[in-house]
Design a protein around this ligand. Sequence first.
Ligand SMILES: *Cc1c(COP(=O)(O)O)cnc(C)c1O
Length: 205
Amino acid sequence: MLLAVCKGQPAEAVAALAAAGQRDFGDNYVQEAQARQVALSGDPRAQGLAWHLIGALQSNKAALAATLFDWVQTVDRAKLVPLLAAARPADRPPLNVLVQVNIDDEASKHGCRPEDAAALADLVAAQPRLALRGLMAIPAPAEDPAARRAAFARMRALFDAIAARHPGVDTLSMGMSDDFELAIAEGATLVRVGTALFGARPPKA
Ligand SMILES: *Cc1c(COP(=O)(O)O)cnc(C)c1O
């Protein structure tokens, strides 16, 4: 799946890409996503889209996220799981969830430790209002493509182990504009592409 990452882009750029057939869009910030969805709510080009949260989720925004998004790709701690499940509206399908893994163990990054991913996945899978779909990672920037490839390969191994225990798991989200080909070669099923689709992000106002 190609996820179009639209952070920082005007609603019009999203509507134009939707008119060209793109269905899945990713945002980093809950409030920005909400503003964009409101702006596009009356636009016939932008109906039936699937919205993904790919930025860090604060606990106090979990309830809003559970109503705005179809996917939350950044579940990285147990505390978020009951908050998202409790807030998912009853008239919507279960919220699709990816467990975010800090695959390079960077102190500055979000994501659970690789050794904690299976337990967190089990917690998500136990919630009827959540649908465990897989894993997400943002590997450390690496000069060396071999290091990047190794991080993707470690994610794939982790993903295969979790998929073997959970039948609904089908999504491995990794790879961005500058490394999506490598990610796909290593088994990504979803790539998150911003600048390569939209061009450079406009400067913040
Ligand atoms: C911004 C972002 C992307 C897209 O990055 P590009 O380099 O513009 O393709 C993908 N994933 C996450 C988590 C992001 O924050």
